[in-house]
Design a protein around this ligand. Structure first.
Ligand code: GLU
Length: 311
């Protein structure tokens, strides 16, 4: 059956989302984003949706996705709609690519497999993101079997970020023309995230500051689909107690590991709530109890250190 055309859903209330990739257990930093995105919409009577970003299948693990959903539920964060799995939405992504091609936005890319593989997943700072130089921009169309890139229009993008304030970026110097489809049949993160946010009617995107640098690119892609632009908030990351990046130690900061150290879910929520400016000090509580206390003007900017003894 043909996928229906991409269309942004009209939202009568704010719609937020949390969209983890199942490549590991959710650590404190991820849980903080999840709670912030949930509180932000719940404080204004909105809806929150959970999406499994497993579009890059070889790097994802369905069992880990189940654990992520379970851990969020243990904190009281449950999707208001059926959880969406990107690996089951390929017909949608294909239809979206066709739509972009009709608008003249795509060109085939013959760059090496190694380069393309690196670009399929959500690019975080540690991936050493480099802008694509446009080497294949003048190649003739070769059909939907080739790797495909989106031709970025050449100007800056400005947006107002709830956490960072006014922002301005030139996507050409950050990502360059993003890869949307890999020769081996994998649809890329940028395509899936923009299509899904549009189709789920997402009105606000709360995520880690390590994804700020791809926002301008994703806004350009939304515009090519004539999708409404969501609000953005890029939050500081959770670091180790000494301020260093969590890196590999992050595994030690999953809910199971914390529970094994005697730290209960309510204690984790209390700390997260404090880290988001809802509480004067960290004290065990439920996510529900934080809803009336959440206000973007009180969310601290910058990174937050994990409590000593937790990491
Ligand atoms: N799936 C991405 C990740 O796990 C997040 C994408 C997004 O929030 O836009 O990092």
């Amino acid at each position: 059956m043909e996928a229906p055309p991409l269309i942004g859903r009209f939202a009568a209330v704010p719609v937020g989302r949390f969209a983890p990739s199942p490549t590991g257990t959710l650590h404190l930093g991820n849980l903080r984003m999840a709670l912030a995105s949930w509180l932000s919409v719940k404080a204004r009577g909105g809806r929150w949706v959970l999406r499994v970003e497993d579009v890059d299948r070889p790097r994802c693990d369905a069992a880990l996705a189940e654990v992520q959903v379970r851990d969020l539920a243990a904190l009281g964060l449950e999707s208001d709609e059926e959880v969406i799995w990107q690996s089951r939405r390929e017909a949608r992504y294909r239809a979206a690519l066709e739509r972009l091609h009709e608008g003249g936005h795509l060109y085939p890319c013959a760059c090496t497999r190694k380069d393309l593989q690196r670009l399929a997943s959500a690019p975080h700072l540690e991936d050493g993101l480099r802008p694509y130089d446009g080497a294949c921009r003048s190649r003739d169309w070769e059909g939907f079997e080739a790797a495909l890139r989106f031709r970025l229009p050449g100007d800056e993008v400005a947006w107002s970020d709830w956490a960072l304030g006014p922002q301005r970026d030139d996507p050409a110097t950050l990502t360059g023309d993003p890869l949307l489809f890999r020769r081996d049949g994998v649809f890329a993160y940028h395509l899936a995230v923009v299509v899904d946010d549009g189709e789920q009617g997402v009105t606000e995107i709360v995520r880690g500051a390590d994804l700020r640098s791809v926002t301008a690119t994703q806004i350009r892609l939304q515009e090519a689909f004539y999708l409404p632009r969501p609000a953005y908030a890029h939050l500081g990351l959770v670091t180790a107690p000494d301020g260093s990046r969590l890196g590999k130690r992050a595994g030690a900061l999953g809910l199971d590991a914390l529970r094994a150290c005697g730290i209960a879910a309510e204690e984790v929520i209390g700390w997260l709530g404090w880290s988001l400016g809802c509480l004067d000090q960290s004290a065990p509580c439920t996510a529900e109890s934080l809803i009336p206390r959440f206000d973007w003007s009180r969310v601290p900017s910058g990174d937050i250190r994990t409590p000593v003894g937790w990491a």
